[in-house]
Design a protein around this ligand. Structure first.
Ligand SMILES: Cc1cc2nc3c(=O)[nH]c(=O)nc-3n(C[C@H](O)[C@H](O)[C@H](O)COP(=O)(O)OP(=O)(O)OC[C@H]3O[C@@H](n4cnc5c(N)ncnc54)[C@H](O)[C@@H]3O)c2cc1C
Length: 385
């Protein structure tokens, strides 16, 4: 058995892991990041859309090395085809090539000093007198003990590490959106606008997306919460009438019921999907994970410098990420809960109303007028008014 020692060990090498490692290393820590897959960034489980805030958080440029397309807005379709168009604002952003982006982020982290092990799976936490002090990992049949003062769990939606540490990060099936996506060639769509389609028949509890990557290539995917039919089955139905062909199939789950209650304990912090740090309404997690994981990396550095990795100190991480994204995630969850209660007919009515509005600043007068005409929505809208 090999034995090694670091200030911090980060489990998981995608957006959460690389970001936490990058900022921990930049702030002077000795960091080891461990990724179970043989290549950082694959397989992709993402529709690859993100906002410019991600690059700001990561202090990276949206380079053509890993950005394949710029997005100027979005087209949104209600179940009856009622169509709203969003120009700029929240809908603006980029389509990443995540295979390249995630790898580049790991490269940045390595350049800042992070050591990385790929094709290595963390199997257990090491505890001494009940205190977490590292991880046990397996690499090509060999067992490795990594001693570390801090562990950062960035191991995604099925996070085992945070559960081993006693945190309640389990996501119930109802709080997960199951997704299936093809990257397709020959998709006819405007290359600079995202498309979203809603409706019980095509995507119960979620939506269908077409995110253009340019040159007739697009991510076409479906997210659903259904007990009876899989996301893949909905995807096959949606794409069956398209004159386009897949070159990749991705599947995965997205936590859409908000962050977990506690994201730290003695000597451990949990970030990204593992912590449910995803916008519940859209399912977007890249920008939120980047923000939270950066905070985790910075708090890790402070904890090591002050020789205090107690939960009492690490709660600073939760306070800071709550301050930065907590309010937005709560608001987004309210929208998700409202969406969950709407029938297709009601969605059509809401869509008719919304296309008349400036979505960035809907006036209370307009909403009151809507509720006067459709009093059945009063109870739902009370939550967001
Ligand atoms: C189909 C789909 C489409 C999406 N589309 C978008 C989108 O367009 N925009 C957006 O913002 N968000 C999107 N998301 C969400 C986004 O992809 C995630 O929020 C984000 O990738 C979370 O990053 P993460 O690093 O926390 O977790 P992950 O990306 O899940 O990374 C976890 C990593 O940990 C590794 N790992 C797990 N266990 C271990 C272990 N024991 N030892 C070592 N390594 C381990 C895994 O191999 C993996 O590489 C989408 C998600 C899905 C599923």
């Amino acid at each position: 058995m090999n034995k090694i020692k670091y200030d911090a060990v980060v489990v998981g090498g995608r957006i959460g892991g690389s970001t936490a490692s990058l900022f921990a290393s930049k702030n002077g820590l000795d960091v080891l990041m461990i990724e179970k897959n043989q290549e950082i960034g694959t397989p992709v489980q993402c529709a690859e859309a993100t906002s410019s805030s991600t690059f700001k958080t990561l202090e990276m440029e949206p380079s053509s090395k890993y950005v394949c397309n710029e997005i100027k807005g979005a087209d949104i379709y209600a179940p009856d085809g009622t169509h709203g168009h969003l120009e700029g604002g929240y809908a603006e952003g980029f389509i990443l090539e995540r295979k390249l982006f995630d790898k580049q982020l790991a490269i940045e982290s390595a350049k800042a000093g992070t050591d990385i092990m790929v094709k290595t799976t963390v199997k257990d936490l090491i505890r001494r007198n009940g205190q977490i002090c590292g991880v046990v990992a397996k690499h090509m049949g060999h067992t490795i003990e990594v001693e570390a003062d801090l562990v950062i769990a960035a191991d995604g939606i099925e996070s085992r590490i945070s559960k081993m540490a006693g945190l309640k990060t389990h996501q119930s099936p109802q709080s997960l959106c199951s997704c299936a996506q093809y990257e397709m060639v020959g998709v006819e769509c405007d290359p600079h606008y995202l498309q979203f389609y809603f409706g019980e028949k095509i995507a119960p509890g979620g939506y269908v997306w077409i995110f253009p990557k340019g040159d007739g290539i697009a991510n076409v995917g479906v997210g659903v919460r259904s007990d009876t039919e899989t996301a893949y089955s909905f995807l096959k139905k949606f794409t069956s009438t398209m004159d386009a062909t897949p070159v990749e199939l991705n599947m995965g789950g997205v936590p859409v019921y908000g962050p977990v209650k506690k994201t730290y304990t003695d000597s451990l912090m949990v970030v990204g999907d593992a912590a449910g740090q995803v916008e519940p309404f859209t399912g977007g997690g890249i920008h939120v994970t980047a923000q939270c994981a950066r905070i985790a990396g910075e708090v890790a550095a402070e904890a090591i410098e002050k020789e205090n990795t107690s939960g009492n100190f690490l709660k600073k991480y939760e306070k800071l990420w709550q301050k930065e994204v907590g309010k937005d995630l709560k608001q987004s969850l309210k929208y998700r809960k409202i969406m969950d209660q709407l029938t297709d007919k009601e969605m059509n009515i809401v869509a008719e109303f919304l296309i008349e509005q400036d979505l960035e600043s809907i006036s209370k007068m307009a909403v009151l007028g809507f509720v006067r005409d459709y009093p059945q929505f009063l109870k739902l809208l009370k939550d967001i008014l």
